[in-house]
Design a protein around this ligand. Structure first.
Ligand code: SIN
Length: 525
């Protein structure tokens, strides 16, 4: 078994992880970044729409906060939301300082588009619809070295908190001794048959955090993006048709040419994402259809504004200037995750989380479009600052844990979750899925990337199903056909941790409270 030593281990190579790493190493910490894929195998790489950040004119922090909270359907943490939104302009400046180039208008100012749930045009973008690729390019070229192809199996925790991680690399299992670890592993899209997420979105951080003793919440709020390109039998990562296309005037129609969102919400096709996905699911069910259409034929200069989408359409023999684009909702973003404060601290000393894997309270029950790159930049930087507080902590990994895990093969898990925990769910289906996962999972070691990923997906599915069963109401991204309305007594997050037998269990509301090891200095951030 190989060994290494660091002040901070960063797990994940997307926007949050690389921002945390860059900030921490600028403060003098010895940082080791582990990524199980290659330099562009991240969800960041595929983000299209942009970064939601308050515009200097005709916009305000309060307006952005209001839109975020409205989309979040009663579950946003307003103080956390204000803290993150306020830090947006500075975070974007840091990124442009690193060389990221955003699109500008004829006046030379940043061009801004609009997406669902936003009351104004505040979303900056790059390369038309290739914002994530530009953010990733800028961060990748910042000169940080990353151990690619190296999944993390466990975060080791002792009496004084984090001691390090167990990882797998080309040289086999290894131990990295470190007093601070940041999980920046992205989301869980691969729990579903179709997703906009890359192949590596396998809930690794949720499983690592739960096993380390941290708390997760809001996992039932899995956001389905309304407009993902549909092809019959398509599986895995599917091309996203950015909401910005609707921001520029496209509309969702059914096979008869009728609007799907008319009369559903005052913002019509630009209603919050959960509203649009639900309207689509209802129309598809009513018509017995497996997809609908996006009509973008009225958008002038489509190919220049949306080059990535144009390429995806061409690959499917669709000309978006004359053809309707077949679309259906697909898994897109995990609104919940590992519970953290606004500096990324979990309840486990020395364990931080940032980006999609984390639940800061910004997204509530439904994330507002393009708030995710913003959150990754802001919280990533704060984690990089906060990790200094662990520099003096004891670090050697005292005992290497057993890595035997329960897992269900991925395809079976995806079928179950797609059938029973999709846009619309009910108790019978959710309980059926939960029983099947518990009954059919088998235990084995974790010597391959697939084995590590399947175990993470299996544990996360169990936690998600527990939350979805318990939430006997419809709110945000969580729609129960057997409980169509919201219930005031459920206007709260449902924290989940692992019991001593390793089973996910519901915890009391105190588990959402700020971390006991929070310092006065960082609390101010
Ligand atoms: C999109 O471009 O529609 C996706 C943006 C996001 O998920 O925030």
């Amino acid at each position: 078994m190989w060994e290494a030593d660091a002040d901070l281990v960063v797990v994940g190579g997307g926007v949050a992880g690389l921002t945390a790493a860059r900030t921490a190493s600028a403060r003098g910490l010895r940082v080791l970044i582990l990524s199980k894929g290659g330099p562009t195998d991240t969800a960041t790489q595929y983000a299209q729409g942009g970064v939601a950040v308050v515009a200097p004119e005709g916009d305000s922090i309060e307006s952005h906060v209001r839109d975020t909270v409205e989309a979040g359907a009663g579950l946003c943490d307003i103080a956390a939301t204000r803290s993150i939104v306020s830090a947006g302009p500075e975070a974007v400046s840091a990124l442009t300082g690193l060389g990221a180039v955003f699109d500008t208008g004829r006046d030379g100012d940043l061009a801004r588009t609009r997406e669902g749930g936003h009351s104004t045009r505040r979303i900056i973008h790059a390369g038309g619809d290739a914002t994530g690729a530009e953010v990733q390019r800028a961060l990748n070229s910042a000169g940080m070295s990353v151990m690619f192809g190296s999944p993390v199996l466990d975060v080791v925790v002792g009496r004084d908190g984090v001691q390090g991680v167990i990882a797998l690399s080309g040289n086999g299992f290894g131990v990295i001794h470190a007093p601070a670890v940041v999980l920046a592993t992205g989301g869980l899209g691969q729990l579903y048959a179709c997703s906009t997420n890359p192949a590596g979105a396998t809930a690794d951080g949720i499983a690592l955090a739960l096993r380390a003793g941290a708390v997760v919440a809001d996992l039932e709020f899995l956001q389905f993006h309304p407009t993902v390109m549909y092809v019959e039998g398509g599986r895995g990562r599917r091309p996203l048709i950015s909401e910005a296309v609707r921001g520029e005037g496209a509309t969702i129609v059914d096979h008869n040419g009728d609007s799907v969102t008319d009369g559903v919400h005052p913002r019509g096709d630009l209603a919050p994402r959960d509203v649009v996905a639900r309207a689509m699911a209802d129309r598809m069910s009513h018509l017995g259809a497996d997809h609908l259409y996006l009509d973008a034929t009225g958008i002038a200069g489509f190919a220049q504004r949306f080059p990535t989408i144009t390429e995806s359409c061409r690959a499917a023999n669709i000309d978006p200037t004359v053809d309707l684009i077949p679309v259906a909702p697909a898994a897109h973003y995990q609104c919940g995750g590992v519970v953290t404060d606004t500096a990324g601290r979990t309840r486990v000393r020395g364990l931080y989380a940032a980006g999609e894997v984390a639940r800061t309270g910004l997204h509530g029950a439904n994330r507002l479009a393009s708030n995710s790159l913003l959150e990754g930049l802001v919280i990533g930087a704060r984690v990089g600052e906060a990790a200094i507080e662990r520099q003096e902590a004891a670090r050697p990994v005292a005992e290497v844990p057993d890595t035997t895990r329960a897992r269900l093969p991925r395809t079976a898990l995806q079928e179950l979750m797609t059938t029973h925990a999709g846009v619309v769910r009910d108790e019978i289906g959710l309980r059926d899925a939960s029983r099947t996962v518990a009954r059919d999972s088998t235990e084995s070691g974790s010597a391959t990337v697939d084995a590590v990923e399947d175990a993470a997906l299996t544990l996360t599915a169990r936690a998600l199903l527990l939350a979805a069963i318990t939430r006997t109401e419809s709110r945000g991204c969580h729609t129960r056909s057997d409980h169509r309305g919201s219930r005031e007594e459920l206007r709260r997050s449902l924290p989940i941790g692992l019991a001593v037998d390793g089973e996910p269990q519901l915890l009391g509301p105190d588990a959402l409270a700020p971390t006991p090891w929070e310092t006065a200095t960082s609390r101010a951030s």
